[in-house]
Design a protein around this ligand. Structure first.
Ligand code: NDP
Length: 353
């Protein structure tokens, strides 16, 4: 058996890949009646892992050096003493990065994806890896972010940053196709991603922030594409894009803070490197802006059923489209995580073990 443990705390993006160490560990064995062993099939790498790589600002490390990295994963049960979870059941949950895992079904976000006796479920069509993607946490973030937090309406003109990623692709589509927003503009890195958003996903427009690479250029382009004015901004990145939108978003606009990935690899010890624009709060006053932060976990705990009722229907009827970027090999987990910051992915990054 093998596992990844945290070995150093990276101080910038170049050190990300060496944050973890691959080491051998014992094969798990079942000792209690409700236990089962999972063979890992797909592992999720997510931007939020960056917070666990840092030393906790509040003291008390959540991820001490030497601890096994945890994230969402999908696996197949290969041995079981749990009558509800027989061999060949496909399961998901938050587990340690191990090839073989001992579990009992009480782990965080544990869910049965598919029982071996169930045929023709949605996972037969779209693959069980989607349990950590378009049928999992990133997509739930988009779902609750648009339907509950932004509460996007047909009159809205919505800009979403990080638009070609796991959360962004679904966010823009739910706003446009489910809520009927009058205009959805995606911000992403590179023409290929921008073309994908418009031609495949039905965004009204997209802006390559690597071409429009200053706040001033971004403001000009946004005004060209949305002369009627922006009413909602779904922020996944922070940085100069956010600064640009803040300057021109309409009176009573809503700014939904989902993520700030452009700041995640900044060293906390160096405030000058952190993108903080202190004038943001002052700007909210006269224009009556709302800044709404949220975490998907709050909503998932309250009403996960709604998501699992709606999303499979939207996927089956082809309303919501998705993409996965697969990285092959358990040993490539650190490299896959790095891709989130180099922007090599479209849609969800999944490590295929
Ligand atoms: P993505 O699939 O979007 O991957 C990350 C993307 O971010 C990359 O593809 C890259 O795209 C972009 N990116 C990386 N670095 C920068 C940068 N410096 N400036 C601008 N863009 C950058 O990841 P997720 O969909 O999983 O997550 C997207 C965001 O949502 C993250 O900020 C994450 O923390 C947040 N999130 C929040 C949740 C919540 O509950 N609030 C839950 C889940 C995610 P590009 O090529 O366009 O640069």
């Amino acid at each position: 058996n093998e596992e990844f443990v945290l070995s150093t705390r990276p101080s910038d993006q170049n050190e990300i890949k060496s944050a973890w160490k691959l080491q051998s560990c014992p094969m798990p064995t079942i000792t209690n009646d409700n236990e089962f062993i999972i063979k890992t099939l797909f592992v999720s790498v997510d931007p939020y892992l960056s917070s666990g790589l840092k030393k906790s600002a509040l003291g008390g490390d959540t991820n001490p050096i030497g601890s096994v990295q945890i994230s969402g994963l999908v696996g197949r049960v290969i041995e079981s003493k749990n009558s509800n979870i027989p061999v060949d059941t496909i399961v998901t949950g938050r587990f340690g990065w191990r090839r073989y895992i001992l579990a009992n079904g009480t782990e965080p976000r544990f869910r049965i994806v598919q029982k071996s006796t169930e045929k023709n479920t949605i996972y037969d069509n779209i693959g069980s890896s989607t349990a950590i993607g378009v049928l999992g946490m990133p997509s739930q973030t988009a779902y609750y972010g648009i339907l509950s937090v932004a509460n996007t309406q047909p009159s809205d003109v919505l800009v979403v940053s990080g638009a070609a990623g796991a959360v962004g692709t679904i966010t823009g589509q739910i706003a446009k196709k489910i809520r009927g927003a009058q205009k959805v503009i995606g911000i992403a890195g590179g023409q290929k991603k921008c073309d994908y958003l418009v031609n495949e996903l039905g965004f009204d427009a997209a802006i390559d922030y690597k071409e429009y690479n200053t706040k001033e250029k971004m403001v000009t382009r946004l005004k060209e594409l949305a002369p009627e004015g922006i009413t909602q901004y779904f922020d996944n990145t922070g940085g100069f894009v956010t600064d640009a939108v803040f300057d021109i978003i309409k009176r009573h606009g809503k700014i939904i803070i989902c993520g700030q990935i452009s700041t995640y690899n900044n060293s906390e010890e160096d405030p000058s490197k952190i993108n903080i624009y202190p004038n943001y709060l002052a700007k909210t006053i006269y224009r009556g802006l709302s800044i709404l932060g949220f975490v998907c976990g709050d909503f998932i705990h309250r009403n996960e059923e709604e998501f699992y009722k709606d999303m499979p229907v939207w996927l089956n009827e082809g309303t919501i489209k998705f993409q996965e970027t697969f990285v092959d090999g358990f040993e490539n987990l650190p490299r896959a995580y790095e891709m989130l910051f180099t922007g090599e992915n479209i849609g969800k990054v999944v490590v295929r073990v």
